[in-house]
Design a protein around this ligand. Structure first.
Ligand SMILES: Cc1ncc(COP(=O)(O)O)c(C=O)c1O
Length: 437
């Protein structure tokens, strides 16, 4: 294949010798440089990145983020903000004259997030660790309620056992339970009628949430658009009804915006599509623009004395200086470039282009989105979806796409994508589709 050049092949050979396997597969380009919506591989091939690296990227290597990170490296770098706070002041770039500190970033997130006041922020390093922190906050809020609910096909992370094997400080275990009582409930998908969803949820209530479980349900964790599960779009009426049900039994409603947050769905947060604000929002991916950070923004009036116990949660790297500088610059950049509005507009443009293609190619089963640049394109088989992903890599220029669920490709370009770049991406997929009829 064209993209599988000599340098790429040599790199993958070393990779197979040096790295244990993860989800990486060796048919993808090895990226050397990235800028805007484009990436270049080690063999010099160019690709439009319509994955945004699964939602991390608002804009590849934006000048604002780069200058903030560069300046932060000269001010304070190796600070454990859970033990020593830092507050640097930048002398240039988009953060000129501004304080760069965990407090400043928390204040920005408090202003931006649709979580009711009073609220506070707890930082983490990734999506999964932020979800774990959110679970601890739920336990602090309702210590006696042991059950946690999540949707079928939910994805909230891959970590957990490190605290099981720790024992140095019991305070760290205060909000932790080994093993978790998880309850699975159906996702209120867009193709489910509201009446049917009510029935299926009440059935799940009868089978799972009966008696003790119903009275002991601590929280429901929600992806408003399911990412890894297949870019599943909610029926908002059913989701709002579910929110009210969960509230009425005294459980918390926690929205995992690790993939949907920061403009991805055409609003700053997908939670803005809900009638009522959630109790907590969990963020990661796009927040740090490529520098790892996670955050939980939580109502504090759900907590005893409005807080969690001192030292019950901590860590070495949450809100490290580089991540805080990157996140503050990224938020500035998004506001300056009006990227939420742009995501909504470009999302409509891309979706209608994909719908036009769906009219011509029978193997496309569905094109859909809640809004913005997180669009599902479902194929009639997994094999067809795989063939399209690989076919798009082989074009010149190529197009990076990534699958979700069983037979869906997600179209998630950086929020700075232009109409011309969307047209080019559509012509690349059209070329590939033509070879498949
Ligand atoms: C909705 C959602 N929650 C949590 C996670 C886990 O995040 P991380 O991979 O940073 O641990 C992901 C990652 O894809 C995600 O999409």
């Amino acid at each position: 294949m064209r993209y599988f050049g000599r340098k790429t092949a040599a790199y993958y050979e070393r990779m197979h010798n040096a790295l244990l396997p993860t989800t990486i597969e060796d048919f993808r380009p090895v990226i050397k440089n990235a800028k805007g919506v484009w990436v270049t591989d080690v063999d010099g091939n160019n690709f439009l990145d319509f994955t945004s690296q699964v939602g991390i990227v608002v804009d590849h290597v934006s000048e604002d983020v780069v200058s903030a990170v560069q300046e932060q490296t000269t001010r304070a770098l190796g600070i454990i903000s859970n033990d020593f706070q830092f507050a640097s002041v930048h002398s240039k770039g988009s953060l000129l004259g501004e304080e760069v500190s965990p407090v400043k970033l928390a204040e920005e997130l408090i202003k931006l997030t649709p979580v009711p006041y009073p609220k506070k922020v707890l930082f983490e390093v990734s999506g999964a660790t932020a979800i774990n922190a959110a679970i601890k906050i739920c336990r602090a809020s309702q210590p006696k309620k042991e059950f946690f609910a999540a949707f079928e096909r939910a994805f909230h992370g891959r970590h957990g056992p490190s605290l099981d094997i720790s024992s140095s400080r019991q305070i760290h275990k205060l909000l932790h339970r080994e093993g978790m009582l998880a309850v699975r409930i159906p996702f209120p998908g867009e193709n489910v009628s509201f009446v049917d969803y009510k029935k299926s949820f009440l059935n799940a209530l009868r089978s799972d949430l009966e008696g003790d479980v119903k009275n002991n349900l601590n929280a429901l964790f929600v992806e408003i658009v399911q990412g890894e599960g297949g870019i599943n779009i909610p029926n908002l009426k059913a989701l709002n009804w579910l929110h009210r049900q969960v509230k009425s039994i005294g459980a918390l409603f926690v929205v995992d915006e690790v993939q949907t947050g920061l403009g991805r769905t055409g609003k700053m947060f997908a939670s803005e599509y809900l009638d009522d604000q959630p109790d907590m929002i969990v963020l990661s991916k796009a927040l740090g623009a490529g520098v790892p950070i996670g955050a939980v923004v939580t109502r504090t009036d759900i907590l005893p004395n409005g807080t969690i116990p001192q030292s019950a949660h901590s860590g070495t790297m949450p809100a490290c200086p580089l991540a805080v500088a990157a996140a503050l610059a990224n938020l500035h950049f998004m506001q300056d470039e009006d990227l939420v509005h742009r995501s909504a507009e470009m999302g409509k443009y891309l979706r209608s282009g994909l719908m036009r293609l769906a009219d011509s190619y029978p193997f496309i089963v569905d094109v859909d989105s809640l809004g913005g640049l997180m669009i599902r394109v479902e194929f009639d088989s997994k094999q067809m979806a795989d063939t399209v992903v690989i076919g798009c890599l082989g074009q010149d220029p190529g197009l990076l796409l990534i699958e979700a669920g069983d037979k869906t490709i997600r179209f998630m370009p950086p929020l700075t994508v232009s109409k011309e770049e969307i047209d080019l991406a559509l012509s690349i997929v059209d070329n590939v589709f033509k070879t498949l009829v």
